[in-house]
Design a protein around this ligand. Structure first.
Ligand code: V47
Length: 353
């Protein structure tokens, strides 16, 4: 059986076989991924009406790819008060937003309560608002900083009202590349352990992959296969989100961005390999909206959401600082031949537009 036949029959590929997928013609690869996408989701493309909030950019870690942290090329440190965060949530709630996605840098000056208490305040004021918050990198930071175990922090998250965890901080699991791009950050094993523990609590999360910097194709395949292995055991990942590296204002010094073919091939390969992760999110913020729309033909069935305001990737050059209007989002999905379906944060369908 050749590679294409194996994929078409649903046979799982190993690292070497998966790497060979990159050698296939883009459109053959796209067709294989699209067949899987159509079987799982037909022509539906999910999005949600969400708001990103990044409460502080003060960070004790030094990731070379990050343009957001205040200690880097972007010296404007801030830490929001809970009142400021709640004002944003209030205004978001009034405009029908159903999810707040709250991710911070690793700020050693605020105290554990600052990180956690705000979730309780949000839940008391807006019980139906889905709180997606704290990456595994933040969990690791809080555990270390405040002398707690991962279990302690995860239990506190449940207690304080965190509904699901975002997929940030995964970067690239290969240890050598990780050491180069984000030395000192939590290890791959720790990232995976934290999500496993979260899933054991019956909770859902996402998983990202930062690509297009110094990693190679084999590193990307390895990243996806580590996710597949954990998902076989824990089953709690809702979505895989490949994040295209943004080149500006950071210390990685990667001059050449990936071309669209390599990005689309990576989406398609992830759709093929991650047969146990239900959703593939083309995060328009890092891919550009144009390529995210095309990615719908290469396995992607989710375009994230309206976002409203975005600080992490826009600091590195992405055109996402002010999010996107709902109607524009819907029109773009429709005009590209797909069916926009508004979802909630756990992928329950809310409205077919
Ligand atoms: O972990 C940082 C990435 C991530 C750059 O779970 C960069 O639904 C590109 O994880 N170029 C945070 N990426 C964002 C994130 C996310 C986004 C949307 C949805 C979800 C979800 C999660 O941003 C970080 C890091 O990998 N990042 N710098 C950069 N220069």
């Amino acid at each position: 059986m050749n590679l294409e036949q194996k994929v078409a029959s649903g046979i799982r590929l190993n690292q070497d076989e998966a790497l060979q997928l990159y050698e296939l013609d883009l459109f053959i690869l796209g067709k294989l991924a699209d067949t899987i996408r159509l079987k799982q989701h037909d022509k539906k493309t999910y999005f949600n009406i969400n708001r990103h909030i990044n409460p502080t950019n003060i960070c004790k870690d030094i990731c070379k790819f990050c343009a957001y942290s205040a200690t880097r090329k972007n010296p404007n440190p801030y830490a929001m008060s809970h009142e400021q965060i709640l004002d944003i949530v209030k205004e978001s709630n009034e405009r029908g937003i159903t999810e707040v996605h709250i991710v911070s840098a690793h700020n050693p000056d605020t105290g554990l309560e600052w990180y956690l208490e705000v979730f309780k305040k949000i839940k008391i004021a807006y019980p139906n608002m889905h709180v997606k918050a704290l990456t595994a990198a933040e969990v690791h930071f809080l555990a270390e900083e405040y002398n707690k175990s991962y279990d302690d922090i995860l239990d506190l998250m449940v207690e304080y009202g965190v509904d699901s965890m975002p997929g940030g901080g995964a970067e690239i699991f290969d240890e050598e590349v990780r050491e180069y791009i984000c030395k000192g950050k939590l290890t791959s094993e720790q990232w995976l352990e934290i999500h496993k523990k979260w899933h054991e609590r019956g909770k859902k999360s996402n998983v990202t992959m930062l690509f297009g910097h110094v990693e190679n194709r084999a590193n990307r395949i390895d990243h996806m296969l580590r996710i597949r292995s954990l998902q076989d055991v824990s089953g709690g990942f809702n979505a895989f989100i490949p994040l295209v590296y943004q080149t500006e204002n950071n210390y990685l010094q990667v001059k050449k961005s990936l071309d669209a073919i390599e990005i689309l091939k990576t989406y398609a390969i992830s759709r093929i390999l991650l047969d146990n992760v239900p959703n593939l999110k083309a995060y328009w913020v890092t891919s550009t909206i144009s390529l995210a729309l095309i990615a719908q033909e290469f396995g992607a069935n989710d375009l994230d959401g309206t976002i409203e305001k975005e600080s992490i990737n826009s600091a590195a050059g992405a055109d996402s600082a002010n999010g996107m209007q709902v109607q524009e989002f819907i029109d773009l999905i429709k005009n590209s031949g797909f069916e926009p379906v508004e979802r909630d944060s756990l992928y329950n369908e809310l409205k077919a537009w």
